[in-house]
Write a protein that binds this ligand. Structure first.
Ligand SMILES: Nc1ncnc2c1ncn2[C@@H]1O[C@H](COP(=O)(O)OP(=O)(O)OP(=O)(O)O)[C@@H](O)[C@H]1O
Ligand SMILES: [Mg+2]
Length: 428
């Protein structure tokens, strides 16, 4: 093995596996910091791992930096949104390329994010933090919030506990759901919820990589979500070609947001809404690669090896982000029509030409949920090709072929008890 070692904070999931493969392909040793070795199946072979408690950031920084020094680690990365703040602290402590540790919380905590982005002049939905019922009452009666509005955990991810509320009467149960959707993997102190004005329009995300404070936008992604109170992501398509002036304004707004939350070295995924007049509102920014297989879409549509590029950024080496292809790629996520037992699943797309990736994690017999969060999704497939319209039509046709049967749950305690789908098995 040659070159400095790489340390991944939380090595679970397909994006971590892709980073580990990219590092191993260059002959670099890969280590993992993990919360509890026994509970998480490693997605790749690691040279070693440090077990730590991610909910105790001070101790975690100490343990991880001691381990990193001992193993000549030259790059620290994470694709886990809950750990981006910790990654910035570890990088700063080790003197490795990373993000500003004093601002990193603003890419995690949506109340801090709103303050910092508004302070930098970024257009965002009007946002109020509600730490208790009194603040919730005040926020809901604030005319700048209005209805519909969105209630969500201040430090959530994966759309868990994010609820669109159309009237005052819906707010109390939404607040309970948002409060109970607290993170399991991150630091302490993020227990509040935020109440946000609703930004109407079309949703996009911007995938960017920043190196030494200079940002390259890799693609604009069109995003599809469920409608109704819960907004679960059902698809991503890239690259999107917007009118040049709209794209330029969008990129400028995103660059300002990236700088404002202290992203200096690493990936970012910025979610925006464009209104019919082409005005951009930033819904949120995360200091990580877009989840939902956006790395795979970048590779197949644009020929960008984002994982190799992110390793170079983390190592402080010149990184290549230039597209080498001009195709189109989309991922479709499949959700259950209702909560119940999955009794049959057929006509699922198969991996092959033009369908480079299929992942189906819910099995017949599992208890599945009508989609309330991204973790409730049952599976997904990626479709690629040269022509955007053709790719989208093929993806829609493949989606329509899938047959899913979900039976209502039997009465509690009665015969035919169902097996609960492991949440982490369908968490991506
Ligand atoms: N203020 C808003 N106006 C309109 N829609 C919103 C707003 N806030 C959230 N949404 C919708 O809810 C979805 C999830 O919200 P948000 O991105 O804030 O939560 P999250 O848990 O960080 O999600 P993820 O980690 O999946 O990106 C958004 O993609 C969007 O569809
Ligand atoms: Mg989001």
């Amino acid at each position: 093995m040659t070159g400095p070692a790489v340390l991944l904070l939380d090595a679970a999931g397909p994006e971590s596996a892709a980073l580990a493969r990219a590092a191993a392909a260059r002959g670099q040793q890969v280590h993992a910091a993990t919360a509890e070795a026994a509970r998480r199946e490693p997605t790749a072979k690691f040279a070693g791992q440090v077990i730590t408690d991610f909910t105790r950031p001070d101790r975690a920084v100490e343990q991880i930096t001691a381990y990193a020094r001992h193993h000549d680690v030259g790059a620290v990365l994470t694709v886990n949104e809950y750990l981006t703040e910790l990654a910035s602290l570890v990088c700063a402590e080790l003197g490795l390329p990373g993000n500003d540790p004093h601002l990193a919380h603003a890419a995690r905590d949506k109340a801090a994010m709103a303050r910092v982005l508004a302070g930098a002049g970024v257009r965002i939905p009007y946002t109020r933090l509600a730490r208790d019922d009194g603040e919730l009452h005040d926020a809901l009666h604030d005319r700048q919030v209005g209805f519909p509005c969105v209630i969500k955990p201040a430090a959530g991810a994966g759309s868990a506990g994010v609820i669109v509320v159309t009237a005052l009467a819906e707010a109390a149960p939404a607040a309970v759901a948002a409060r109970s959707a607290h993170q399991t993997d991150g630091g302490e102190g993020h227990t509040g919820i935020v109440v946000q004005a609703y930004a109407a329009g079309t949703e996009y995300s911007v995938e960017s990589v920043t190196q030494n404070g200079t940002t390259t936008h890799l693609a604009i992604t069109r995003k599809a979500t469920t409608s109704g109170p819960c907004r679960v992501e059902t698809g991503h398509s890239l690259p999107v070609c917007l009118p040049p002036s709209t794209a330029a304004a969008l990129h400028q707004e995103v660059r300002t947001a990236i700088q404002a939350v202290g992203i200096r070295n690493g990936a970012s995924h910025t979610e925006v809404v464009l209104d019919p007049a082409g005005r951009c509102t930033v819904i949120e920014i995360a200091a990580r690669l877009g989840a939902g297989h956006i790395g795979i879409l970048l590779r197949h549509a644009l020929g960008i090896d984002v994982f190799a590029a992110l390793l170079d950024v983390a190592l402080g080496r010149p990184a290549a982000f230039a597209p080498t292809a001009c195709g189109h790629a989309t991922v479709r996520f499949i959700t259950s029509p209702r909560t119940g037992r999955l009794t049959s699943l057929s006509r699922v797309p198969e991996q092959g030409p033009g369908v480079p990736f299929v992942r189906w994690r819910a099995a017949v017999g599992d208890l599945v949920h009508a989609a309330r969060a991204n973790t409730d999704r049952l599976g997904c497939f990626v479709v690629t090709g040269q022509d955007a319209d053709e790719v989208e039509e093929r993806a829609d046709a493949l989606r329509r072929r899938i047959r899913i049967q979900v039976e209502p749950l039997p009465a509690a305690g009665g015969p035919g008890q169902v097996r609960l789908a492991r949440r982490e098995a369908i968490a991506w």
